[in-house]
Structures are given as structure tokens and as C-alpha cells.
Design a protein around this ligand. Structure first.
Ligand SMILES: C[S@@+](CC[C@H](N)C(=O)[O-])C[C@H]1O[C@@H](n2cnc3c(N)ncnc32)[C@H](O)[C@@H]1O
Length: 283
């Protein structure tokens, strides 16, 4: 193992401990609202509902959801008619919640505990669709290696869909300037060294505290993402930048409903908050 690989193994392990703790907190939260999925057969969550317009028909397709966390979006993909769904995550505690949610809703599905980078070996399978995002890429040190994984998981002609926080957003401080503007704080481009955080809270409505506070994250610029996708044999077929975000990152954000937030009207057009990217693996 080279020095970077050893360092990243340590980073992944710290991140896993953090996500293992978050799993139970998220499962009990009104934000993820697992009971809503249990008591409403067929409903699709807000994240995937937004993505429907871009995803295309999933009927009869095999879908792998990378970094599926507690499986709410994976369940939504199944409810959109995918023939089979597979969730991958390195947090075993998250997958326990996902498996229980699938059992409670009588939904067939498979969950595999694996680091994204080991997914082709762990799954030993290929798929029609790779779905991922909404707080996924920022946990990965190397966008090129991620793209190689996506390509290895896709059938020829299969498609990638990701909706993710925009790298411009990840580069910003959570705190606004004194006069109420978002400000740059972190790298926009991928860096060898991760950003290091120590937070004892999480993004759902809870008073619970996390003991495993240390996490490591990386940003990846738009050109790095585009180049990685195309370098590994996928043609980009969709790219759209969004003015809405799935979480209230800045205190002055406006709630626009359906769990989404925007910058206030005078700042709304200044900066993208998320993007959708679709790509098709060359045959
Ligand atoms: C914010 S969640 C993204 C999921 C989804 N958008 C959601 O909100 O439910 C991030 C997930 O990525 C997983 N994760 C982080 N780093 C990973 C890695 N290297 N390999 C596999 N999973 C990883 C975490 O365990 C966590 O479940």
C-alpha cells in the first residue's frame, strides 16, 4: 500500500464510523421519515421525484445505487419500476436500516457493504443504470478512479445519472459574510489532502450528538468530473445546473417546498447549488 492509499484507508475508516453513527439517527428522523415509505406503498421520495424528469424510464432495468445510505432513494428507484435494485455503501449500519426498510415494504433488493472503489469486485456484476449523488462524491478522494468504477459497473449502452452538490457549493463556507453573502473557503479543485472536519451534529432535525466526529472530504471540479467520465468511455448526454439544494446550507436560504432551498431572490442567479449529469457508456 503506498502512502496515499494508506492515508485514504484511514480516511475511509473514520468516515465509516461517522456514517455508522448517523444511520440510526437518520432512521429515527422526520427528515428521512421511513414510516412515510412504509405506510404509503408506491410513493417516491423527494430526491428521486426531482430526478424523474432526467432519469428516463427505469422499467425493467437493473439499477445499482452507489452510496445508498439507508436506502430511501434506492427504494424510490425500485418503485419507479426497476427490475432489480442493488445498493452499495461502506456503512454496514446504514445497510441494516436499508434492508429492514425493504423487508418492511416487501421490496426485493440487494445491499452490499463495500467501499465504492471496491464495488466492481464486491458486486461482480454489471447494470443498466448507475445512480448516485446528493452528498456522495464529496466522500471520495479520486474522481478518476470513481469514474473507472462507474464504467466497470455499466453494461455497454448503460447509463450513469448523478445529481450532486455543485463543486462551487462545496467550496463555500457554511457561514455567510457579515453582509449576508456566501463566501469561498475550501478548494474548488480536487486536492491530494482532504478537507478535515470535526462536527458532532448531522443534517437531520435531531438533538443527538455524534461521537465519531472526524470526517474527511474532497471536492472535484466540473472539468475534473467531465474529463473523468469521458476518459472512461462514457458520453455525457445531460448536464444541468440547479438553483435549488436538498438541505439548508446557509441560514438565509429560502424554503421553496418539497424539502428544497434556494438562495434569496437577489442572490438566486449568482451561483449554481447542484447539478444533474447523465452519461451513456459507449457500446
Ligand atoms: C449523504 S449519504 C448519500 C446518500 C443519499 N443521498 C442520502 O441522503 O440518503 C453519503 C453515504 O456515502 C457513504 N460513503 C461515504 N464514503 C464512502 C465510500 N468510500 N464508499 C462507500 N460508501 C461511502 C456513507 O456511508 C453514506 O451512507
Amino acid at each position: 500500500m503506498n502512502a496515499d492509499a494508506a492515508a485514504n484507508a484511514e480516511h475511509f475508516e473514520k468516515n465509516r464510523l461517522n456514517w455508522d453513527e448517523r444511520a440510526a439517527i437518520h432512521a429515527a428522523s422526520t427528515s428521512y421519515d421511513l414510516d412515510w415509505y412504509r405506510s404509503n406503498p408506491g410513493v417516491v421520495g423527494r430526491v428521486v421525484d426531482f430526478d424523474r424528469a432526467y432519469l428516463g424510464d427505469l422499467t425493467g432495468l437493473s439499477v445499482v445505487h452507489l452510496q445508498c445510505h439507508i436506502g430511501t432513494d434506492t427504494l424510490s428507484l425500485a418503485r419507479l419500476g426497476a427490475a432489480d435494485v442493488t445498493g452499495v455503501d461502506q456503512s454496514g449500519a446504514s445497510l441494516d436500516v436499508a434492508r429492514q426498510l425493504f423487508a418492511d415494504t416487501d421490496t426485493p433488493g440487494r445491499f452490499v457493504e463495500s467501499n465504492v472503489y471496491d464495488a466492481p469486485t464486491a458486486l461482480a456484476d454489471t447494470f443498466d443504470v448507475v445512480y448516485t449523488g446528493v452528498g456522495a462524491l464529496n466522500w471520495l478522494p479520486d474522481i478518476d478512479r470513481w469514474s473507472a468504477v462507474v464504467s466497470a459497473l455499466l453494461e455497454p449502452g448503460g447509463r450513469l445519472y448523478i445529481r450532486e452538490g455543485h463543486p462551487m457549493l462545496w467550496a463555500m463556507d457554511d457561514d455567510l459574510t457579515a453582509d449576508g453573502r456566501p463566501q469561498l473557503r475550501y478548494p474548488y479543485f480536487e486536492t491530494n489532502d482532504p478537507m478535515v472536519f470535526d462536527f458532532d451534529d448531522t443534517y437531520v432535525d435531531t438533538d443527538e450528538k455524534i461521537a465519531a466526529t472526524r470526517t474527511y472530504e474532497w471536492n472535484h471540479s466540473i472539468s475534473e468530473i467531465f474529463n473523468a467520465v469521458t476518459r472512461h468511455g462514457m458520453n455525457i448526454t445531460l448536464f444541468e445546473e440547479h438553483r435549488t439544494l436538498e438541505w439548508k446550507m446557509f441560514e438565509h436560504m429560502v424554503d421553496v417546498g418539497n424539502g428544497r432551498y434556494e438562495l434569496p431572490p437577489e442572490q438566486r442567479d449568482m451561483c449554481p447549488l447542484m447539478y444533474s449529469l447523465g452519461a451513456v457508456k459507449q457500446s
